[in-house]
Design a protein around this ligand. Structure first.
Ligand code: PXG
Length: 288
């Protein structure tokens, strides 16, 4: 496997980073998780824009332009002869000393990994996921905005560990007002009376690229869609529920905390959205 690392394509075994890199020492950096479908990168410009916003929010000056980042991302896929892949684009604060001071890190580190992806097992797309609500709250946007896709994922990892302790693969995280923010690595949607509802970013959700594709798909299909504050009660009485993410795509949820949602089976609107999403990823996108 060839990895892009700071201007060069190197073998996996040579893709090494300093122990003084602040991405490692402090989680000081930003990243994107991107998908390649049939030789097209899905919504690359949107991912690069979000990366630029994440970087700007932490006052990290990206060392490559949008065009250069786009080119190295495509080239990493080409170098590995990939047509379908998961791409991880990472920019860290770079090498510094043992203090926090980001201004003492002269050069950000940039790397791109393009690799195979393992989705949730197919049975969960067919039969739906059972998820739980975890006690760990999503971090308060006033402490660290969840709209920044930073290398600090410990809040989500604590949520993921709790999900597993309850026997679930994914979990709903509430914000500190008790409203649904998102899952540990996915956005949440419910269907209620024919309408699609999802929490706003202000509730502590990442502005997911898949989530924004769902807004376009809903419009195309003529399904009403809007952002709304959601509680667990809204999920209890929902007709359907599904999660979205670059890794998960669109996955039905049929149980929350052991309680069946709707009919207890993946619902018809979820199926329509999932099919439309799978069609869209094949035709939309940047040819590598
Ligand atoms: N919320 C969080 C906290 C995420 O990390 C999403 C929502 C969905 O956003 P996108 O833009 O992907 O629709 C994410 C995305 C992984 C992996 O390695 C994680 C994500 C995406 C792809 C792979 O587990 N998180």
């Amino acid at each position: 496997m060839k990895i892009y690392l700071d201007g060069k394509f190197v073998d996996e075994a040579d893709a090494k980073i300093s122990v003084f890199d602040h991405g490692l020492l402090y989680g000081d950096g930003v990243f994107e998780g991107i998908r390649l479908y049939g030789g097209n990168i899905f919504r690359l410009e949107e991912h690069l824009e979000r990366l630029e916003y994440s970087a700007k929010a932490i006052l990290l000056k990206l060392p490559l332009t949008r065009k250069e980042l786009s080119e190295v991302t495509c080239e990493t896929c080409r170098q590995n002869n990939l047509t379908d892949a998961y791409i991880r684009l990472v920019v860290t604060r770079g090498v510094g000393d043992l203090g926090l001071a980001p201004w003492l890190c002269p050069k950000p580190t940039v790397f791109v990994i393009a690799s195979k992806i393992t989705l949730y097992p197919q049975e969960h797309y067919d039969n739906g996921l059972a998820i739980v609500t975890v006690p760990t709250r999503r971090i308060n946007p006033a402490a660290l905005p969840p709209t920044i896709k930073s290398l600090n994922y410990l809040n989500n990892i604590l949520g993921k560990i709790e999900a597993r302790q309850f026997g679930a693969l994914e979990a709903i995280m509430l914000n500190d007002q008790g409203y649904i923010a998102e899952c540990t690595a996915d956005n949440v949607f419910i269907v209620h009376k024919g309408e699609l509802l999802t929490p706003a970013a202000s509730q502590g959700a990442l502005k997911g690229i898949t989530r924004s594709a769902i807004f376009a798909i809903a419009q195309e299909l003529g399904i009403p869609i809007r952002e709304q504050e959601l509680t667990r009660y809204d999920v209890w009485i929902a007709d359907e529920c599904f999660l979205t993410g670059s890794g998960a795509e669109v996955i039905p949820v049929v149980k929350l905390d052991g309680r069946e949602i709707g009919s207890g089976r993946p619902g018809p609107l979820t199926q329509r959205v999932l099919e439309a999403f799978r069609r869209r990823v094949r035709i939309e996108g940047t040819r590598i």
